[in-house]
Design a protein around this ligand. Sequence first.
Ligand code: AMP
Ligand code: MN
Ligand code: MN
Ligand code: MN
Length: 281
Amino acid sequence: MGTDRYTKYDLHCHSTASDGELSPTALVEYAVQNGVEVLALTDHDVTDGLAEAAGAARAHGLGFVSGVEISVTWDTYLLHIVGLNFDVANVTLQQGLAGLRRQREARATEMARRLDKLGFDGSLEGARCYANGQILSRTHFARHLHACGRVKTLQEAFDRYLGTGKPAYVKTEWTSLETAVQWITAAGGEAVIAHPGRYKLSATKLRRLIEAFKAVGGRALEVISGSQDINMTRNLADYVRRYELHASLGSDYHGPSQTWRHMGRLPPLPQGCEPVWRLWE
Ligand code: AMP
Ligand code: MN
Ligand code: MN
Ligand code: MN
């Protein structure tokens, strides 16, 4: 059961359909064991895990919300826009996501070419061993490099090779903020700026992002994200109130090897934040 200490909602997490480590069923079971009562699965650019997760959620009496985390290019930044509570069968959304997955394939090929040039042979096949779903993520490359003993931690793989501006980083023009929001709203869902604190935006840039997002129909901000510090939460809650947005929250759980991130341990939304679930409950 949820307590006053922890929220019962978790509207951001990943399964093996993208770069999570747990199958949709195992993820749902883990969520239930940790006191989550309403869950959204938000895999990167793919909704393939939703049917299995929804079935498992039904079996366990867990509230379930459809979700996805869309890769977006805005200004010079790679942003993540979460979609919640949409019609999974919507063709506009699904065609859009399919396009992003094709971009991911092309990017993975180029990433692998660069890693091979750095002396790491077989990077593409290696990364694929860690991907069960339809998408190849930098996380899968990081797991491969780690398993080969090329790096000591996943973080090191990003710091040395895969992170922005590093030798195997392939700059990609993902979809626009406007288009991502349109896909989500066309499918009857709510668009949420995921973990706004993680993009290293100046206050001016963050205001510009929020204004651009609102102008195209975005309605919510993720105010609480797993392993985010309290000052950032307060800061984001201020933006939500000032811009009259709704607030979302989620662990961004990817699996047990992310030992610093759990489910069922997020605090409730700060006072005065209108929860995003009011838009559909
Ligand atoms: P991609 O969507 O393929 O560009 O991969 C981005 C994913 O890599 C994110 O969703 C995170 O799960 C993971 N990631 C990004 N940066 C880091 C990092 N510094 N350390 C570990 N994982 C990261
Ligand atoms: Mn991820
Ligand atoms: Mn993200
Ligand atoms: Mn995520």
